[in-house]
Design a protein around this ligand. Structure first.
Ligand SMILES: [Fe+2]
Length: 183
């Protein structure tokens, strides 16, 4: 699967621009993380890009979410490792996170929302001037973007990253595609 094929499929299945941007942001962070950890950048990036591809197809049935997504990813040519990471990122299935890829996707998923929210409360609503320290502060403020699961992000320790490291890496990755994210 090429990145273009993956992106075309995302565009064909996702109308909500914010959802598409969340998937692009997840891709960017997963690529940066793979580079940092010496893992397969393409495999990790495309897993991030595709992970919520079924969100509009499941018609609100969260018990189907990520099962359908993993099937769609397989049809596109995703490896079993990629499909497994997509499948288990939805906690409802109770499938344990096994690989580094599983754990990475799981902790990056909510991080995009935290960083986006931290950018949007700035006067310019942009990522460019946002600093990692300020995102870390927002992480600690439980009432800020309260829907963002902090515990899930903290699981980065299981892939050998401290929270501050993950936030910094995630922020820089999202800043790198700020125009695509509309931020
Ligand atoms: Fe997601």
């Amino acid at each position: 699967m090429t990145r273009k094929e993956a992106l075309d499929s995302v565009r064909a299945n996702v109308d909500n621009e914010n959802l598409a941007r969340h998937m692009l942001a997840t891709e960017a962070i997963m690529r940066a993380l793979a580079r940092h950890l010496g893992e397969d950048e393409e495999e990790w990036g495309l897993t991030g890009l595709l992970h919520d591809i079924d969100m509009e197809l499941i018609d609100g049935d969260m018990n189907s979410h990520s099962k359908l997504g993993a099937d769609l990813a397989r049809e596109l040519g995703a490896s079993e490792a990629m499909a497994h990471a997509i499948l288990c990122h939805n906690e409802r299935h109770g499938i344990p996170l096994e690989t580094k890829l599983d754990k990475a996707l799981f902790c990056v998923d909510p991080l995009t929302g935290l960083i986006t929210a931290a950018a949007l409360v700035r006067p310019d609503k942009k990522l460019a001037g946002l600093e990692a320290n300020s995102v870390i502060k927002k992480f600690k403020e439980k009432s800020f973007a309260a829907g963002v699961n902090r515990q899930q992000i903290s699981l980065c320790s299981e892939i050998g990253l401290e929270l501050g490291e993950l936030i910094e890496l995630g922020l820089v990755a999202m800043q790198g595609i700020a125009a695509d994210l509309g931020l």
